[in-house]
Design a protein around this ligand. Sequence first.
Ligand code: CP
Ligand code: NVA
Length: 318
Amino acid sequence: MNTHSEYRLESRHFLDLGDAGTDAIAAMIADALDRKAARADWPKGKVDKDAPLAGRVLALVFEKNSTRTRVSFDIAMRQLGGTVLILEAGSSQLGRGESIADTARVLSRMVDAIMLRTDNHAKIEEMARHASVPVINGLTDRSHPCQIVADLLTVIEHGKPLPGLEFAWFGDGNNVLHSILEAAGLMKFNVRIATPKGYEPDSEFIALSREGGATITMTNDADEAANCADVIVTDTWISMGQEDADAKRTAMESFQVNANLMAKAKPGSVFLHCLPAHIGEEVSEEVFEGPQSVVFDEAENRIHAQKSVLLWSFGLLG
Ligand code: CP
Ligand code: NVA
């Protein structure tokens, strides 16, 4: 007889947005908006009234640096009634070569869910194969789906329903763009991508987005991509783990989001950046600090988005 069955929750991995799908992402955004509104002005550590994850523990495993992902998952778990522990690769046996498979099996006996930030997407797939608890992607070299749930929430909060929106991306065709592209196919918005030659996103994500019905345009002309766009978005030119090459910075120079570029977008457009930002590189100070910049709403929304992702991973949402 299993005396603990009343405590059993589902175990759904969230490695990419497609694991959840259109309806679940819509449910995540709706729940995030409701929970955020219900706790307006509360102290940040106060537990939501229903405490849906009371007694649950989330392990946050980091093989790369983090501020927002680390803090937002910690606060998200506290607000849902649960707790977290943080495992840094450098101070755990992962950093001495213990396998992902063994780590997944050990953590599954000790915690209720695992969030992993890693340098290689294959590692999170390996973690998910061997874990018997939900595994959540807190950024890999390939994608950053939790960030994009927060981004979509931010855009909607700023009065822009997703279907038919025109996003415009500038700079490096990186992990954040890959998740935006996946979201576009699922949530029916379009993406114009302006990158220097040789820095385009993986064609797999372009194809995925187009299969979902999104219109994706690729250009090497930043002004063309910005023209009448609803959402202007960029990210660092040099991601964690990439070689910091002068040649790449030089190639990116004409893709900076600055006042001239913003002037080409729709007057009510918003500027997004997942942060950390490099002022004077991918974005000018004027735009970053300007009235169209919603980057700190976006950062706060990591908490509200992460709560929805956690609830979905336990089968309590969507
Ligand atoms: N945007 C984001 O993921 O930030 P951190 O690297 O600080 O977690
Ligand atoms: N593209 C960046 C995102 C940081 C949140 C990186 O991977 O470093």
